[in-house]
Design a protein around this ligand. Structure first.
Ligand code: KIV
Ligand code: ZN
Length: 385
């Protein structure tokens, strides 16, 4: 099976979300958990952006041993020098340099010609390679760049010593077919692309980040970048837990493995949510509160007969303890009886029916029936042995 590396940028791109501000202790806690989660690379921050980021990257680089630690840098010597100071203590110092390559970014943001951009990128990568054994170069807004220009600049940065090439969909504009086709084109046209790692980095503005990342992998990407719970600027980044589980559950068609410790997913998601303050939406795939909640009577009945009727992923796979079937107004008598037994109650059929009628009345008024509500309903009707 082909191995896909997972590049986690929760602490850099994820932390760029509006309203998130993690302190160093919190970043260290998340980094430790990301290591357990099995991220191949942890992007710990942007060392030149602030003293706080510098300190966090330095401490994470010194702490984490089982994942490669990287930091982000603009294509300028001062950023590269600062990053080296932050990352030199890492097991395998890795630097991530980015420079925009799309016409709109080059003209308005950088105010440079394409030739100047090529020179800046080459200079930066060569300079970084003097110290860093591993240098990733990212073509910011790569998806909206001219593919022929991308081939030209990528050839040059590989010759300058880049060890990974990343082509981000910075503004989340790509469709899976288009993003996949761009990776295929790069694979076919860049000399020496097979000697470096090719990476995908997707944003979720159109809700396509995970699908685009998978399309890139199918077309030759060796690495995917994203964040836990999909947090990140605007609509966020590709959610790594979704990519990891999708590749695992559908390995029959994809045939890729990630090395992610799936059992750490729930814990990692909860930690990131708790420390960033970004609540996970209840219906979020894999880690949402309702991701394994079956409420309707028909579904619950099916689940009680054979879980595979409605469950393609088990909660245990991601380290979640089995959630009892949620009881609400759509639930059936079968699930209701099952819960009574699980809670240790022994009810005659008449008493069970009576409790079920009361339960339905209550469920009409309340959205969710709690364990306490059930306790009251069952206790009075319990058979006395
Ligand atoms: O979205 C993006 O282009 C980025 C780069 C810095 C890689 O986050
Ligand atoms: Zn990004």
């Amino acid at each position: 099976m082909r191995r896909i590396d997972i590049f986690d940028t929760t602490l850099r791109d994820g932390e760029q979300s509006a309203g998130i501000n993690l302190n160093t202790a919190e970043k260290l806690e998340i980094a430790r958990q990301l290591e357990k989660f099995g991220a191949t690379i942890i992007e710990a921050g942007f060392p030149a952006s602030s003293p706080g980021d510098f300190e966090a990257v330095q401490r994470i680089a010194n702490l984490v041993k089982n994942s490669t630690v990287t930091g982000l840098a603009r294509a300028m010597k001062s950023d590269i020098d600062t990053s080296w100071e932050a990352l030199r203590g890492a097991e395998q110092p890795h630097l991530h340099i980015f420079l925009a390559t799309s016409p709109i970014h080059m003209q308005y943001k950088l105010q440079k010609t394409p030739d100047q951009v090529v020179d800046i990128a080459v200079e930066a990568v060569k300079y970084a390679r003097k110290n860093f054994p591993l240098v990733q170069w990212s073509a910011e807004d790569g998806f909206r760049s001219d593919p022929e220009f991308l081939v030209r600049i990528i050839n040059k940065v590989i010759a300058a010593g880049a060890t990974t090439i990343n082509i981000p969909d910075t503004v989340g504009y790509a469709t899976p077919q288009e993003y996949g086709a761009l990776f295929k084109y790069i694979k076919e046209n860049v000399t020496g692309i097979d000697k470096v790692k090719l990476s995908a980095h997707c944003h979720d503005d159109l809700g396509l980040a995970v699908a685009n990342s998978i399309a890139a992998i199918e077309n030759g990407a060796d690495q995917v970048e994203g964040t836990i719970n999909g947090i990140g600027e605007r609509a966020g980044n590709a959610a790594l837990e979704e990519i990891a589980v999708a590749l695992h559950i559908r390995k029959d068609i994809y045939g890729f493995e990630t090395g992610i410790n799936l059992k750490e997913i729930k814990r990692t998601s909860q930690l990131v949510s708790q420390l960033t303050g970004v609540v996970v939406q209840p219906n979020k795939a894999i880690v949402g509160k309702n991701a394994f909640a079956h409420e309707s009577g028909i579904h619950q009945d099916g689940m009680l007969k054979n879980r595979e009727t409605y469950e393609i992923i088990t909660p245990e796979l991601i380290g979640e303890t089995t959630a009892p079937l949620a009881l609400g107004k759509h639930s059936g008598r079968h699930a209701f009886k099952d819960r009574a037994i699980t809670m240790g109650f022994d009810l005659s059929e008449d008493k069970l029916n009576e409790a079920f009628v009361e339960f339905k009345k209550l469920a009409d008024r309340k959205k969710e029936i709690s364990e306490d509500d059930l306790y009251v309903l069952f206790t009075d009707r319990q058979i006395q042995h």
